[in-house]
Design a protein around this ligand. Structure first.
Ligand code: SAM
Ligand code: SF4
Length: 463
């Protein structure tokens, strides 16, 4: 029996990856994906608990789904509603109490059990599955078909590490995602090979602390992230490798060297610093200083002068004075970023910072956030303008915004729009940048497609 599935993903890339793996795992049960929630027999909300706003969104969405479910019931159609992800993990029983429309709850480490939980739900139970199972979910997830993988585009996320043992005082991740675990090298290579076989050209390795990776290698000894990159770079067809999110504490010499030596590793680094004040970094339990961060950036840039750096910032952490905030602004000025994810501090139940004195008023947080974002936006605009006249390699991924255009990504992940034939989709091609928009770059092919090397042309033909 064919049933329709709609998965709505909130929050980080880890959730995007998990949502796809949920769809893969439900496909053999007869579920096909639909982008129209009103058409779905099963709706999964894959939730985020990182800030209060993210968590509250789930309850308003559940209100809308209740109406939809009731309307479907009037026509004799049963809609099942599942809540997955980090809100599920943190508030499992509470969700069932607050939202009677929910049929089942499943945490981020147990979603491989969705088929079994659906059976329980069909029997009239309301299962809540939020244990951290001893058995690794990756051993039970189903692989997508080649066609399903390819239909998702030319780039893919691959989870290599999950959970976190760092316990930053503001963060819920160690409680919702559990202890830090790295997947074995062989499993990652197998998944990357499957992606390459389906025509994927770029893989982003993901994890809450991706550069803390220490998975077991074929000889039983652990691999660093850099060694893993070296191995993955050998897979034919994989042209580009990226990774996110890194922690400054886990940047080692081998990762810096990989940025110097591995052409497949894109010159891009997302390295959250959160604050430029040592006092606040200490209160956050980040275990590094402002100076440590500056030194890492200096070494990285020496190894890879083209490195584009982005970061995460939290403003208004408890006790953050004007002077602490100025330290953050000075750090941003000194380093020069090409973008950031920046947030107002949001107290999360059960985390130490939520209990700290001297919580910062909302209006101060808003002002600081605006000022910080204005500074980083200016740096991004300058970075993009600096690309004009440069020749960049672009991985073309899809048709562009206007007829005759195709769109791709630069090595620094900027969207690039070019007038070029669709046959170049799937190739990495040189483009000269001629202008910038708010987010995108515009360019022209640096090479006539007719004179391109044979392998580029062949790839273009296969695409
Ligand atoms: N592991 C990464 C690190 O150590 O930087 C970050 C992962 S965390 C899921 C993503 C980002 O969410 C953090 O870098 C932080 O900026 C933000 N974040 C986490 N907890 C927050 C909170 N309570 N309030 C505001 N932002 C928060
Ligand atoms: Fe959260 Fe800190 Fe772990 Fe990052 S390192 S996931 S911010 S506890």
């Amino acid at each position: 029996m064919t049933r329709k599935l709609h998965v709505k993903s909130y929050g980080c890339q880890m959730n995007v990856y998990d949502s796809l793996r949920m769809a893969d795992t439900l496909a053999p049960e007869g579920f096909t994906e639909t982008s129209d929630v009103n058409d779905a027999d099963l709706v999964v909300l894959n939730t985020c608990h990182i800030r209060e706003k993210a968590a509250e969104k789930v309850y308003s969405e559940l209100g809308r789904l209740r109406v939809m479910k009731d309307e479907a019931a009037l026509t004799g159609r049963k809609v099942t509603i599942a809540v997955a992800g980090c809100v599920a993990q943190a508030e499992g029983a509470e969700i069932m109490r607050r939202a009677p429309t929910v049929d089942l709850v499943v945490g981020p480490q147990s979603y491989h059990r969705l088929p079994a939980l659906l059976e329980q739900s069909a029997r009239g139970e309301r299962p809540v599955e939020t244990e951290f199972p001893v058995d690794d979910k990756f051993n039970h997830l189903k692989d997508p078909t080649r066609e399903a993988t390819r239909a998702r585009g030319l780039t893919a996320f691959l989870t290599i590490q999950e959970g976190c043992d760092k316990f930053c005082t503001f963060c819920v991740v160690p409680y919702t995602r559990g202890a830090e675990v790295s997947r074995p090298v062989a499993k990652i290579v197998e998944e990357a090979q499957r992606l390459a076989d389906a025509g994927i050209r770029e893989i982003t390795l993901i994890g809450q602390n991706v550069n803390g990776y220490h998975g077991e290698g074929p000889d039983g000894r652990s691999f660093t992230l850099a060694r893993l990159f070296e191995r993955l770079a050998k897979i034919p067809g994989i042209d580009r490798l990226r990774y996110t999110t890194s922690h400054p504490r886990d940047v080692d010499d081998s990762l810096i060297a990989a940025h110097r030596d591995l052409p497949e590793l894109m010159p891009q680094l997302h390295l959250p610093v959160q604050s430029g004040s040592d006092r606040i970094l200490d209160a956050m339990n980040r275990n590094h200083t402002r100076d440590d961060y500056l030194r890492i950036v200096e070494r990285m840039r020496k190894a890879q002068p083209k490195l584009a750096l982005t970061s995460d910032f939290i403003v208004g952490f408890p006790g953050e004075s004007d002077e602490d905030f100025r330290d953050t602004m000075r750090l941003i000025d000194e380093i020069g970023f090409c973008g950031s994810y920046s947030f107002k501090y949001s107290p999360r139940p059960g985390t130490p910072a939520a209990e700290m004195d001297d919580q910062i008023p909302e209006n101060v947080k808003t002002e600081r956030l605006l000022e910080l974002q204005t500074l980083v936006d200016g740096q991004l605009t300058a970075f993009n303008r600096g690309c004009i006249g440069q020749t960049l390699e672009v991985l073309f991924e899809k048709p562009g915004r206007f007829p005759g255009q195709i769109a791709g990504k630069s090595p620094w992940l900027q969207p690039v729009q070019v007038d070029a034939p669709p046959s170049l989709i799937g190739t990495v091609t040189k483009v000269t940048i001629t202008g910038t928009g708010t987010f995108s770059l515009f360019g022209k092919l640096s090479q006539n497609p007719e004179t391109m090397p044979r392998e580029t042309k062949l790839a273009a033909l296969e695409a």
